[in-house]
Ligand binder design. Structure first.
Ligand code: ZN
Length: 260
């Protein structure tokens, strides 16, 4: 099996044409026509630890949510972590493939998955780019939950340690908007969708004023909101291809640490 046979499966689910103009999703390192050497490792980010894990497990391809190379590289002399990772991948003959904003926008992609984990039903795209694709989702909980119960659910199911939130202007939550990763730009879409809470990440100070008493905004952390990428990519590949080893990374860690 070739590298391109694996990536074609992913692109059937999340076509590269769905990625944002600033993105760099796709095959970042490696050759599409090469035979897949060993198995495939799935992680959130490419790091030296994940590259070591791939080598230990005998994986010739690492599939991540975030592309290792995002800003153009002008040289490759080991001066930065990105450069060292590219160097390690090439020396070890490990291909790197990223499924990023195309996985955010795909139908049943990132925000859909988070919604399902939280029991959100009747989901629709929050900020559509076409009928079924776009950023974020909005839907309803089967039963209303108190804010604290929803926060407990976030802590329990997504291993969230810290929830930064705006004023708690709702006691009970029914309508939930979600955008995984940096979702500050979907704030007005969340307002327009009439949500009780908008769950996202990477908010800035002023974003916490933005709900203006109409809903709650909650920042659960970038990594915490995107860890589900590993499960989505695992499910896509394990359903379509069964004759190779597929691993979920145990070394894909949050670069953000909390001192509580
Ligand atoms: Zn991200």
């Amino acid at each position: 099996m070739k590298i391109k046979d694996i990536t074609a499966c992913i692109e059937q689910f999340a076509p590269l044409t769905l990625q944002e103009s600033y993105d760099n999703a796709g095959l970042v390192v490696g050759r599409a026509d090469d035979e897949l050497r060993g198995g495939v490792l799935i992680a959130v980010d490419v790091t030296p630890q994940v590259l070591d894990e791939a080598e230990r497990l005998g994986c010739g391809l690492i599939v991540t949510h975030h592309p290792l190379i995002f800003h153009p590289l002008k040289r490759l002399n080991s001066a930065s972590m990105v450069e060292r990772c590219v160097e390690m991948a090439i020396k070890r003959d490990i291909a790197l493939y990223a499924c990023h904003t195309n996985l955010d926008s795909a139908y049943e992609g990132m925000s859909w998955r988070l919604g399902r984990v939280l029991g959100v039903q009747d989901m629709q795209v929050l900020e559509p780019s076409s009928e079924m694709t776009g950023f974020g989702v909005v839907g309803t909980l089967a039963e209303p939950l108190s804010v604290e119960a929803l926060f407990d659910l976030l802590r329990e199911r997504l291993s969230v340690k810290v929830i930064r939130h705006s004023a708690l202007v709702r006691e009970s939550i029914r309508r939930v908007a979600i955008c995984t990763g940096a979702g500050g730009s979907c704030m007005e879409a969340a307002r327009g969708a009439g949500c009780d809470i908008y769950i996202t990440a990477d908010l800035r100070y002023n974003d916490f004023f933005a709900p203006d008493g109409e809903f709650i905004v909650a920042d659960i952390g970038h990594f915490e909101s995107e860890f589900c990428a590993i499960d989505i990519l695992f499910d896509i590949l394990s359903k379509k291809i069964t004759n190779f080893a597929l691993h979920k990374s145990a070394c894909s860690k949050n670069p953000v640490h909390y001192s509580l």
